[in-house]
Design a protein around this ligand. Structure first.
Ligand code: RIB
Ligand code: CA
Length: 314
């Protein structure tokens, strides 16, 4: 969807595919000028998330989008994966062929820095996995915070978590990195799991994808059926939650999500709360707001863009 100037916004996606990351990539390429994808640990190990990103591009016939490998572990502490949700490969549900596409030799951190430098003020940086690459890029090049036009993060929560009672998965996997993103001083939107878990592709939608007869949509249907089944088994959800695309679509359609200017801090030391995003919705702190936190999703609008985007590919 073009901006007011008729241009598609320039986008870099940092991700950990991951079923919902896969749909976000398809939405991102369809509606933005997707300049690059960088991969990180998270839903699975870095080799898997990188292979999965390449496999999604190849499935959809997307060419010319460089994929750069990033961090295999967080800044501090142990590495967590989510194979209980996304499967051993990180994208179970359909045996995707080993991609012929290869990652570029450059490190993700350098691709993030160089892409932002070359598109100062214009780049949308979408962070839909643990934020390790972003934190390392900020450490290597502090001017990144001025060069990036806007950051949109899927992570944290304005309520309870999905990895612990207090912490959402991406923030929990690297709390220090999430804190660096929150304190970088750039324009920042955050869609938390309290909001995104309510937005999903359900069994009826999966049948629509299958009925499209489009190869990409049919394979995505298989993948999301696996992901939905795991979610139902674990949480009782009756849809495949599309956390990550919720970070992108409101930039296309402002009516798809409401946000609230909020002071957000990240708990780093709590025994039971490490990785929690403490959102001061009542303005009780003296600190000024640093994040636009998503509050109310328009599920129909969000899922409509996801479905149309997936079906638009061959
Ligand atoms: O908590 C949901 C987030 O963790 C999503 O980005 C999902 O892909 C996983 O990375
Ligand atoms: Ca993700």
């Amino acid at each position: 969807m073009p901006t007011a100037e008729g241009q598609r916004r320039k986008l870099l996606i940092d991700c950990d595919p991951g079923h919902d990351d896969a749909v976000a990539i398809l939405v991102g390429h369809r509606h933005f000028d997707l300049l690059a994808i960088t991969t990180t640990h998270g839903n699975s190990g870095l080799e898997n998330t990188t292979r999965n990103a390449l496999a999604v591009l190849e499935l959809a016939g997307i060419e010319g989008v460089p994929v750069a490998k990033g961090a295999a572990s967080p800044l501090v502490g142990r590495t967590y994966h989510a194979q209980h949700v996304h499967g051993k490969s990180g994208l179970d549900g359909h045996d995707l062929p080993e991609p012929a596409l290869q990652p570029v030799p450059e490190h993700a951190i350098d691709v993030i820095i160089e892409t932002a430098r070359a598109n100062q003020g214009e780049l949308v940086l979408a962070v839909i996995g643990p934020a390790t690459n972003i934190a390392l890029a900020l450490r290597k090049e502090p001017r990144l915070a001025e060069w990036v036009g806007e950051v949109t993060v899927m992570g944290g929560s304005g309520g309870w978590g999905n990895m612990t009672p207090a912490a959402e998965f991406n923030a929990f996997c690297d709390p220090e990195a999430f804190a660096a993103v929150v304190h970088a001083g750039w324009p920042l939107r955050m869609v938390g799991v309290d909001v995104t878990r309510t937005v999903g592709i359900d069994a009826a939608d999966i049948e629509i994808l299958r009925a499209s007869g489009k190869r990409t949509a049919v394979v995505i249907a298989d993948l999301l059926n696996f992901y939905m089944t795991r979610q139902t088994e674990r949480t009782g959800l009756t849809h495949a939650p599309m956390h990550d695309a919720c970070a992108l679509i409101p930039l296309l359609d402002p009516n798809a999500m409401t946000y609230r200017e909020t002071r957000v801090e990240v708990e780093l030391a709590g025994t039971f709360t490490r990785g929690m995003t403490v959102c001061d919705f009542r303005g009780s702190t003296i600190e000024s707001p640093n994040v636009r936190v998503a509050v109310t999703p328009d599920r129909q609008r969000l899922v409509g863009v996801m479905m149309d985007s997936v079906i638009s590919y061959p």
